[in-house]
Design a protein around this ligand. Sequence first.
Ligand SMILES: [Zn+2]
Length: 248
Amino acid sequence: MSEQQTNKDKPAAETSKPNEKSTGNGRRDDRRGDRRGDRRGNRRPRQPEPEKIWLPRTRLGTLVQSGSVQSLDTIFQNGWKIKEYEIVNKLMPDIKSLVVHVGVVQKQTDAGESTRFKSVVAVGDENGWFGVGTGKKPQLKNAIDSATQNALLNIIPVKLGCGSWECRCGTNHSIPYRTVGRGGSVKIELIPGPKGLGLVAGETIRNLLALAGVKDVWSKSFGSTSTMPSVANAVYDSIRQLHSMSLQ
Ligand SMILES: [Zn+2]
């Protein structure tokens, strides 16, 4: 890869030479010009990866691609399981993602050490859909991609509402009732808040709740809240718990 690039760089550097003719003492300037060209000027820009065509592997995927199923609501109302992340991408093209955590995982093997990257990504539409996923891959970019895809598969509707006794407006700016979620040692409690309160939480929790579409909420957190993967999982769990309550 790197050899190919340097070979392709050389001709480009040569073509840039004529421009420098005007400078009097040619040789040194030429050399300097070459070096500069090699270092930054003529580097080939990274090619964007060609868009892959999605070939659905499940019946739900086929239905979504053909347009027979047009919303995630339909999928969740019927209790269908999403097994292809492309389904979510197709139905929700504007979905946002947030890299919550990136870390290095090392393992001792026969041949030495294997280094992999672990990533935690949250996805959401800032209006009632939210998911968290993890990915572990030898390359950082692949780890983030894999985590994003995993998060898309884990997407769930957020039960929004107004459960604040101070507010009672009935709009979807908060959550309908108190909820508790756990991830690792972290426990997070979310309590409905009045309109205009904002997200009373630490930075990560605030960003995650904003991604989910919650606008006003009180929060309490317990445990080692500097452990980002646990925080993300606890937020996801607390949002999932909103549904288990409604089933009771
Ligand atoms: Zn309200």
